[in-house]
Structures are given as structure tokens and as C-alpha cells.
Design a protein around this ligand. Structure first.
Ligand code: MN3
Length: 206
């Protein structure tokens, strides 16, 4: 089984009150674990793919055989997206702040940090059904906000509207917030900023 559930770098209750411990537990040990299990199942007998990184698998999913493309897109995307999501969060007060270079890039692309936050949240609010809202660094080095459906992500060349390196992403599937916030996705997105791990975003931007 080439892919495994990564360890959480903080306790399950460490992101409260933004994200409650029960949501974190179910989200990671049930939903994320299922993506890992189903990805491994889809890759059975494909030794060439099993040896690739999850980033490489996502980038190349468009050229996979039709027999496994859908399963790898959904579950490989799910594994990459959630593995990233956990490390993009940190206990409130521990995530630092945007570095000077990242802050300058955000100002250039979006006006200022508050406008950026509003635009990322807006992309998440406008995602009908399930998906993600992303800050990406495009191949030309500029920053952009995008949203993807389901478990698609900005690495999936040819399958999504824009590609780039994901710097920050927020899960807007109902499973990410429904136990605590019910239908109030906007409240979840507002509180989520308290637990963003800017230190990790800064590293990914460099
Ligand atoms: Mn999720």
C-alpha cells in the first residue's frame, strides 16, 4: 500500500473553537482515510504509478487509462488535498503571519490582505456543492485565486480552469464544517482564518 494517512502535526482538539475535535477526527480518520484506501485500491497492479509521488499522480491524472482515471482523480486528489490542508492549519496564534515577500505579492494581486481573504472566502462560498478554494502560484509566478469542484486541485493539468502550485487551500465540503456550523459555510470560512498556518504558506511561496 504505497499511500498512507499522514500523522497530524497537532492534537485533534488543537484547532478549537474554529474546528472542533470531532469534526477533525471524522474528517481525517474516516474521509481522508477512505481517499487513501481507495487510491491504493485503484493503483493495484500499476507499479509504475505506485512509485510516483501524489503530486506527480495528480499532475498526470489526465493521461491515465479510463479504467482508473476517475478513481485516481477523486481519491488521489482527496489524498493530496487533505494532506496539504492539515499542515496549512495550526493552533490559533501559532501560525505566524504572511512574510514580507508573500504580503507584497498578495498586495500586488489582490490589493491588500483583507481583500485577499474576502476573495478566497467568496470563491469558497460560490462553489456550488463540494470543492475547494485555493490560492495558487501560477507558472508565471503571479498569484491567483481559484476554486475546484469535488477533489480536483490546481495540479491537475488539463482538467481544471487554471493550474499552479497550491499555496493555501480550504475545504468547503460540508463534511469539513457541518457538525459545528451546519449550513453556515460563511461562518466556518470566517473562523478558519484564525487557524491558517501562514508559516507553511510562506515556505510554499518561496
Ligand atoms: Mn474534506
Amino acid at each position: 500500500m504505497p499511500f498512507t494517512l499522514p500523522a497530524l502535526p497537532y492534537a485533534e482538539n488543537a484547532l478549537e473553537p474554529s474546528i472542533d475535535a470531532l469534526t477533525m477526527n471524522i474528517h481525517r480518520t474516516k474521509h481522508h482515510q477512505a481517499y487513501v484506501d481507495n487510491l491504493n485500491k485503484a493503483l493495484e497492479g500499476h507499479a509504475d504509478l505506485q512509485s510516483k509521488s501524489i503530486e506527480e499522480i495528480c499532475a498526470g491524472v489526465g493521461s491515465l487509462p479510463d479504467s482508473i482515471k476517475g478513481a485516481v482523480r477523486n481519491n488521489g486528489g482527496g489524498h493530496f488535498n487533505h494532506s496539504l490542508f492539515w499542515v496549512l492549519m495550526a493552533p490559533a496564534g501559532k501560525g505566524g503571519a504572511p512574510s514580507a515577500p508573500l504580503a507584497a505579492a498578495i498586495d500586488k494581486a489582490f490589493g491588500n490582505l483583507n481583500d485577499f481573504k474576502a476573495k478566497l472566502a467568496d470563491a469558497g462560498m460560490k462553489r456550488f456543492g463540494s470543492g475547494w478554494s485555493w490560492l495558487i502560484k501560477k507558472p508565471d509566478g503571479s498569484l491567483a485565486i481559484m476554486s475546484t469542484p469535488n477533489q480536483d486541485n490546481p495540479l491537475m493539468t488539463g482538467l481544471v480552469d487554471a493550474i499552479g502550485k497550491p499555496l493555501l487551500g480550504v475545504d468547503v465540503w460540508e463534511h469539513a464544517y457541518y457538525l459545528k456550523y451546519q449550513n453556515r459555510r460563511a461562518d466556518y470560512l470566517k473562523s478558519w482564518w484564525d487557524v491558517v498556518n501562514w508559516n507553511e504558506v510562506n515556505t510554499r511561496f518561496q
